[in-house]
Design a protein around this ligand. Structure first.
Ligand code: SF4
Length: 478
């Protein structure tokens, strides 16, 4: 058995961009650092995959523990199948013509072998189909006939009742017909990828829409470094296709974009890019700061979205507030609220938002997206309305044409903002990490540790600090 040169993940990488495939193999040191958010997605995928194994209990684990075990495990997998030793295999490993794949679950029933690939998403995407089609090519090429191939995803309509019902939580859909139809494409794509990997230099592929589709490429830092920081390519109020058309014609400089026919947000972004600074729509900014007269209170939140519902009545990926910190400027006092663990955390959070939106005339937080998601799913109409009026987001001001900085480049995270506006550092990545820890501890039935509670409080206070600094910075621009 020859050593593999393409695995399932590198195959998918190659379908997005052959240059990325090449750089990943030959120049891995040029890769961007994996963000906390991306790490969280990988971790979530692994956790959901492990849970889905329980759909077919008592399987034998064929997982290679390190890359040096790939060939050995592929031979062992074939042996187990040929000897009919076990009806359920987890992480079954296959190699064929220098291709490698590790399938989540392989099950033998009366009809033959059935493949199950688990995805932690709520629906099947084109990329998942390509992934399954590549696996089908390798597994059948390795000599195993497949009776069927299923993609297993998380059921968006599942509502938890007491004990977790795995049969209801997961949806299994046969994709055999679709992936058989994709086989000619898989064969030709493998040839292209092999040729790219054998080439002496990296393929001549320019940046394009493919750099972010279907996933943000991890060589953006390398390939995009030649793009001027104030290029039209970075201005996200313009249609992507339009931006790349201009770039390909060499017309992506902001001075080449006529202001006529642009909307207010686009005009503000072009102004910021032309001036290479922060651009302000003074009328809008003044309106946001003029009412009410008294100082606002500041709010920061940790909201998690566990793939697997943690409490009765919850759905997969439902927003679940964990903790909040409120800072009362007048009293100079922090108030910490922990919603978890509590027998009804949703109600406890709703009561908190109800109370603060009655008590304070204006509440400022940085990013309101998660809160909006939570309220949309769980709050009565009256509270949604109240929260819309009282709780204001600073991030929104950068997105709705009130202020814009030319170095945002589509990244509205507190870290990026603090960095480009020279404010004291903010640590959004810690929030993602803390969220993952909360999910982990609650999933394993533990009460969150004192240490995690204290870390969460520290992170939320840091966020309050950032929000206050940004608020004062913007107030000075009115
Ligand atoms: S950044 Fe774009 S062009 Fe560069 S390797 Fe990635 S996808 Fe390809």
């Amino acid at each position: 058995m020859e050593k593999h040169i393409i695995s399932k993940s590198t195959f998918i990488r190659g379908t997005q961009c052959l240059k990325s495939l090449y750089l990943n193999k030959k120049r891995p040191f040029l890769r961007d650092r994996l963000s906390q958010a991306q790490q969280a997605i990988f971790k979530r995928g692994t956790d959901v995959g492990l849970l889905a194994q329980q759909l077919f209990p008592d399987g034998i684990d064929c997982k290679p523990r390190s890359p040096s075990q790939f060939r050995k495990k592929a031979m062992e997998t074939l042996e187990i199948i040929r000897q009919n030793q076990h009806p359920v295999l987890y992480e079954a490993t296959f190699q064929h013509k220098q291709m490698l794949t590790i399938l989540d679950i392989l099950v033998r029933n009366n009809h033959g072998w059935r493949a199950y690939e688990v995805k932690s998403s709520l629906k099947i995407s084109d990329t998942f189909l390509l992934d399954a089609a590549f696996q089908y090519y390798v597994i059948t090429g390795a000599g195993i006939e497949l009776d069927d191939f299923f993609l297993v995803t998380v059921n968006p309509d599942y509502i938890r009742k007491e004990k977790l019902d795995l049969q209801q939580l997961f949806t299994k859909e046969s994709v055999l017909q679709k992936i058989k139809e994709l086989q000619p494409y898989i064969v030709s794509q493998i040839e292209k990828e092999k040729a790219a990997l054998q080439a002496k230099s990296s393929p001549k592929i320019d940046i394009g829409i493919h750099c972010h589709d279907p996933y943000p490429c991890d060589f953006l830092g390398h390939c995009w470094k030649k793009i001027p920081a104030n290029s039209l390519l970075y201005l996200d109020t313009f249609d992507k296709k339009f931006r790349f058309e201009k770039y390909q014609k060499g017309e992506d400089r902001p001075e080449l974009i006529p202001l006529k026919n642009l909307n207010e947000q686009q005009k503000l972004q072009i102004t910021a890019a032309l001036q290479k600074s922060l651009a302000v729509h003074h009328e809008k900014l003044n309106a946001s700061f003029s009412h009410p007269k008294e100082e606002p209170v500041f709010l920061s939140l940790l909201i998690i979205r566990p793939a697997v519902p943690l409490f009765n009545g919850m759905k997969p990926y439902q927003h679940l507030p964990v903790a909040a910190v409120l800072f009362d400027t007048k009293e100079q006092k922090y108030q910490l609220e922990l919603f978890l663990p509590h027998h009804n955390p949703i109600q406890k959070s709703l009561d908190f938002f109800q109370k603060i939106s009655m008590q304070y005339p204006k509440i400022i937080l940085y990013d309101k997206n998660q809160l909006n998601g939570f309220l949309e799913e769980s709050a009565p109409e009256e509270l949604k309305q109240q929260a819309r009026e009282k709780i204001k987001s600073l991030q929104e001001l950068f997105q709705n044409g009130t202020v814009y900085h030319y170095l945002i480049h589509g990244d509205y995270s507190p870290e990026r903002m603090a960095n480009i506006l020279s404010l004291p550092p903010a640590k959004e990545t810690d929030t993602t990490k803390a969220g993952m820890q909360w999910i982990q501890q609650l999933t394993s039935g533990d009460f969150p540790s004192e240490e995690l509670k204290q870390t969460t409080e520290g992170i939320l206070k840091n966020q309050i600090g950032f929000t206050q600094n940004l608020y004062n910075y913007l107030k000075n621009k009115t």
